[in-house]
Design a binder for this molecule. Structure first.
Ligand SMILES: Cc1ncc(C[n+]2csc(CCOP(=O)(O)OP(=O)(O)O)c2C)c(N)n1
Length: 659
């Protein structure tokens, strides 16, 4: 291994040495603690340390790094106190996740590090968002995101590289190519000879380095970063290296040929670098011993401090309160009294436009939303008013874009991500339920993202342009869900969702876009989150519903002579308004829950269970549910009509009333 000294000062070279040595000494200590059963798991990066350490020292301290589970050197390089780092691995309060997430799964804005979620690939989209924010703020900063060679097989890797290429984002997509993904060798993982070849396909620069040579890593990243700060563009950086231990300690290395291990042992990044420094006279035996002693002492002191703490005492209130970022809504009322007739779709557009005026840190992202104005024309004219930086056409890649939304939040920005149809959210599902929803609870990072979901059937659009999928998200702690049924709420709830720093799923029914219209305020205003509205009053029965259900309920009740119903429009599904529902049940004693989504596992199941548990004594009849058939949504109008609940409401209501 050849180290090129170039013009580096002794200080730079010894800083790199201390960085890699510290990382190795911690690794060795962890292996001992693991054998002593004093820690539960360890993902070793022995053999790969030059990359983490070299990269971290090459960057400015406030440039974000998104490391993987093997990149200890990033964390130590950013001077995270060792006691806190160990407390994090140990699951105690001094760590970064209050004992809620393990190992390197945490972020810290103080140190400009965003740790991974276990799914590996999603990191890349988040890196795009951070880089986008830096670029929009003209900070001239770059972002580095780590990948293992195995992780590059995930769609997230592809999506994020493509977005960064199209948007000219200053991101180094770093691949630690160590020849194996867990136990799977490269030839069973991908066919390319080298990752730099993939860069050609994305139209970006690809650079390959010896990842075991810390000076080469450092020099390469430093010069790439200098160039990218001036001329923002992504780079794919392949670092050839080897993992000397198993994926994690329990998995071992039996699958690795001995000869290969021996070859790579000879290329050890620490030993080779140390020899170079000794030969150059930059270090001598005495200084090496002293440095080792000093760093070991630092580790021992940190451990002593960290081991004093035991696992947190569980407090249910704290656990629940931390799911959402603290936010108290101040409902904004319209002041001028001016109103105009607006269709549902215009109300959404109005709310979005006024939110863009109110929050200059709000960015809109979605397919065809810029000059084209979106497939439903909600953002028509936005580009000329707000510019292409803030109204962004995206490539066809929901996952990277939702991830980018989290990245923008990390940099203090807000975003709205438009799904072209709610059905396509499946492509961004992981980012929503595992990244946006959990970020605050895991490490205190709000995900200030609103995902707009053009939803619902009634337009004969078939199984992939008509689904109701709110129940998928209803089950996910950390998300909030709103679902307006009229133009007034559509605007007010959208504005409220954008104000709140928590992640929102905003469902907008396509059938209502042009069929529902009313006079609504011209001013900016918000609607209270978590508050249902009683759209009609009656003593006979309570109908709990939302979206299209509100319209169906009104229509059917009006056709039933003498029937007077409380029709409750939930408006917010998460959190839903239990008080309004309970008050109505006390009055009527009979409840129907109506939704367009399919029956089994739908939102209605949860509401029915809650009413049975909490309002049992007020009920005169079993709680009934009316919903769509438990089938996919058919295309032909006759079949779709049969699928939807509307045709079954009257009979079910009569049954309930005569129970
Ligand atoms: C989406 C997903 N699938 C599977 C896993 C389980 N898993 C964890 S690490 C890993 C291999 C990763 O390989 P690579 O990215 O090459 O990292 P290396 O093991 O080489 O450090 C697998 C399959 C996971 N974490 N996430």
């Amino acid at each position: 291994m050849k180290f090129l000294r170039k013009k580096h000062s002794d200080q730079t070279l010894t800083d790199l040495y201390e960085g890699i040595l510290f990382s190795r000494l911690i690794e060795e200590k962890m292996l001992i603690l693991l054998r002593q059963n004093r820690i539960s798991k360890w993902f070793s990066g022995i053999g790969q340390e030059a990359i983490s350490v070299g990269v971290t020292q090459a960057l400015e301290p406030d440039e974000y790094i998104l490391p993987m589970h093997r990149n200890l050197g990033v964390f130590t390089g950013r001077k995270i106190p060792f006691a806190r780092l160990f407390a994090q691995w140990h699951g105690t309060m001094m760590g970064y996740t209050k004992g809620r997430d393990r190992s390197f799964h945490f972020g810290t804005n103080e140190h400009h590090i965003v740790g991974m979620i276990s799914h590996l690939g999603p990191q890349n989209g988040v890196a795009d968002g951070i880089a986008l924010a830096s670029k929009l703020k003209k900070e001239k900063k770059i972002t580095v995101v780590f990948n293992g060679d195995g992780g590059t097989s995930e769609g997230d890797f592809h999506e994020a590289l493509n977005v960064a290429a199209v948007w000219d984002l200053p991101v180094i997509f770093l691949v630690e190519n160590n020849g194996y993904g867990l136990s799977t060798p490269s030839n069973e993982q991908f066919r390319c000879k080298q990752f730099v070849d993939k860069a050609i396909g994305y139209g970006i620069e690809g650079v390959k380095v010896d990842g075991n040579n810390i000076v080469e890593v450092y020099d390469t990243v430093k010069s790439l970063a200098e160039k990218m700060r001036k001329d923002p563009k992504p780079v794919l950086l392949e670092c050839i290296t080897f993992r000397m231990r198993g994926h994690e300690e329990a998995s071992g290395t039996k699958y690795v040929p001995r000869k290969l291990l021996e070859e790579w042992a000879a290329k050890d990044p620490l030993e080779n670098y140390e020899s170079f420094l000794l030969n150059e006279g930059i270090l001598d035996k005495k200084s090496v011993d002293e440095t080792r002693k000093r760093l070991k002492k630092q580790i021992d002191t940190g451990l002593e401090e960290a081991f004093v703490e035991t696992h947190p005492v569980a407090n249910t209130d704290t656990e629940i309160n931390d799911v959402y970022a603290p936010f108290t809504q101040n409902v904004v009322n319209a002041t001028t009294g001016k109103v105009s007739e607006k269709r549902f779709i215009d109300a959404i557009s109005d709310g979005l436009r006024q939110s863009m005026e109110r929050f200059d840190n709000l960015v809109l992202m979605g397919q065809d939303i810029a000059e084209y104005g979106g497939v439903f024309k909600i953002t028509d004219g936005f580009v000329s008013k707000f510019g292409k930086d803030r109204v962004r056409n995206t490539p066809l890649c929901e996952s990277a874009i939702v991830g980018a939304g989290l990245g923008l939040s990390i940099k203090g920005m807000k975003s709205m991500v438009e799904m072209q149809f709610a059905d396509f959210v499946t492509e961004g599902f992981n980012q929503i339920v595992n990244n946006l929803a959990k970020a605050h609870w895991r490490w205190g990072q709000p995900a200030d993202v609103v995902v707009r979901m053009p939803t619902g059937a009634g337009t004969a659009a078939g199984p992939y342009h008509s689904q109701s999928n709110e129940a998928w998200f209803f089950h996910t702690p950390g998300l909030k869900i709103v679902y307006p049924s009229n133009p007034y709420d559509a605007k007010g709830l959208l504005c409220a969702a954008i104000e709140d720093p928590n992640p929102y799923m905003y469902f907008e029914h396509k059938f209502l876009y042009r069929s529902a219209k009313s006079n609504i305020p011209d001013d900016y205003y918000t609607v209270e989150i978590g508050k249902a509205s009683l759209v009609s009053e009656g003593n006979d029965v309570t109908i709990v519903t939302y979206g299209m259900g509100v319209h169906w309920a009104k229509e059917i009740v009006s056709q039933m002579d003498g029937v007077k119903a409380d029709i409750i429009d939930l408006r917010t599904l998460l959190p839903w308004d239990r008080e309004t529902v309970a008050a109505s049940v006390r009055k009527t004693g009979r409840v129907m829950i109506l939704h367009e989504d399919t029956l089994t596992g739908g939102v209605g199941g949860e509401i029915a269970a809650w009413i049975s548990e909490h309002c049992f004594r007020d009920l005169d009849a079993p709680v009934v549910r009316v919903a769509s058939l438990d089938t996919p949504i058919p295309f032909a109008p006759t079949l779709e009509n049969n699928f939807l609940p509307r045709i079954r409401i009257k009979a079910k209501l009569s049954e309930l009333l005569s129970f």
